[in-house]
Design a protein. Sequence first.
Length: 135
Amino acid sequence: MHTITHNTKYVNRYTRSGVDGKEIICPVCDKNSTVYHFSWSAIECDGCHSDVEKNAWIIKSKKPNVRNLRTTMYVRETFQKFVDGNLEKFDAYGLVFDQLDKRRITLTEICDIANSVGIARRVIIMRRHQFLGMI
């Protein structure tokens, strides 16, 4: 079965398929299907033949690309250097927030990474506000 996580996204009224279609996952049998429009309220799954409401379908997540993985590793390494004492506080936050300003990573992802190395989420948000105040 498909594992439900905090990143799981469901089809809603704002979901669009795009030119290449969108892969959705049946919540009953976990079978993938590709749809090219969302002008339906429920469809029958090809795998289990059950009628499934539109809002119950799970949007298949995209695989992360190499740039996203590199950015995530860079941010994690930067925070780890800071925690180990090999990097000054504002140097570390400057490097990380530079990635945020370049739109390579979100603040939520930065908070998750920081939390995994022992820095509280509130600290990251506070430092971000400080950095924005310096500009």
